[in-house]
Design a protein around this ligand. Sequence first.
Ligand code: SAH
Ligand code: SF4
Ligand code: F3S
Length: 461
Amino acid sequence: MSEVLTLEKQLLTNQKEVKKTPVKKFYIETLGCQMNVADSELIIAMLVDKGFIKSDNPQNSDLIFINTCSIRERAEEKVHSQLGRWAKIKKNKPEVIIGVLGCMAQNLKQDILENRPFVDIILGPDSYRKLPEIINRSMYDQQSIVDTKLSRYEVYDGLFPKRKDGVNAWISIMRGCDKFCTFCIVPFTRGRERSRNIDSIVKEAEYAVKSGYRELTLLGQNVNSFRYGDFMFHDLLEIVSQISGVDRIRYTSPHPQDISDELLAVMRKNDNICNYIHLPLQSGSDKILKRMHRSYLKEDFLSLAKKIRQILPGVGISTDIIVGFPGETEEDFLETISVMEDVKFDSAFNFKYSPRVGTKASEYEDQILETTKQKRLEKVINLQKEHSIQRNKKLIGTTQIILVEKQSKMSLDHWAGRTDSNKWVIFRKGKVKLNEMVKVLIIDSKGISLKGELVSEEKLA
Ligand code: SAH
Ligand code: SF4
Ligand code: F3S
């Protein structure tokens, strides 16, 4: 008996010794969408809370994580090449722990386990709460630890993210996606839609404002399908806009199907909700939209865009376009061009269709040649450039309120900030400081950004 006790005592002492070992440093690299950025901020908060120290250099870190994205093949390739580099670090320092987190972990765990045996931890987007415990386990365990179970409930309530300094705070309000567009991996990597408790969102928003963030961006894979009890997305937006001290509110990524009249009314009524909507088109052809399972047709999209522009004068509208979806003929492609010509988006993210294993569209037999995709992509990019310039030119001579966000890449004497319609403006610094709101006269349009002049050096807020 006494022997057992001694053994237990010894174990306890050993554990204490382990705790006394030097503080571990961790490095985390984030790829993919803003949801991943927000998730990494949660992970950082959790690890710092447990006494780990964040490092900006994987070479001198004890733990190296990559928060991954599976949306297109290119995103996955980046992870593979990074893991290749980190394999060398691990070879020189076998005690380093390497972790693959996020959407690719969810999607490609088998592949990683087989082809990257040096990866110690594989964690899907709903398993981050377990990370500190799993790190402890993997310090002793030679086996890779995998947890990619998706949850119907996890919204990471009660955890406050550790944000980067800056003007904007990301606030995740819902997770997952139930729409199952046939090209998209997100419903598989992120699981079912669930919304966060309003009180906890408001608490986090208030805390962010108190900590000095002037802009809040509400986040979700389908941000406007937020629903908590009887509260819809527009109710939440109204509530957040009433929080004292919130200068700007943005949200991303919405789905056209859930842009309601109530949402547009709330945006029109509240000055601190930015006059900007991301409205992902994907394709202008009805045949393709149906095959994509997008739930709207060309005409629905066009009338929605028209309505938005009527209700919200001066609104900025951006979009996402996919070219080369399976079965897309030249005629279908021209339908996309025709929507672009009609709406004249302020900006666009344009992509070549990338088949994702497990999605319906990847099994369609009429895949499009890479060369055709490339040609179509170039056309779309060039056309969008023209439209962005046309839209930007309309602002010349107007006075815009700009939130000073960062040093301009153009020159050390200039700041860069955005209009509430989401256009970047570069202007001479004067006495103005970062994080201030100022009035700027737009004097020129340069490429896809604008050039301005301070109307006065007095800050508005
Ligand atoms: N929930 C948002 C989009 C999230 S994904 C929405 O429905 O609008 C961001 C963008 O990536 C999509 O709008 C789409 O344009 C692009 N995308 C998604 N899957 C893709 C794929 N397999 N190939 C190319 N682009 C893709
Ligand atoms: Fe993907 Fe469609 Fe869901 Fe957007 S709505 S995340 S494109 S499945
Ligand atoms: Fe990528 Fe996952 Fe976001 S696949 S785009 S990181 S939801």
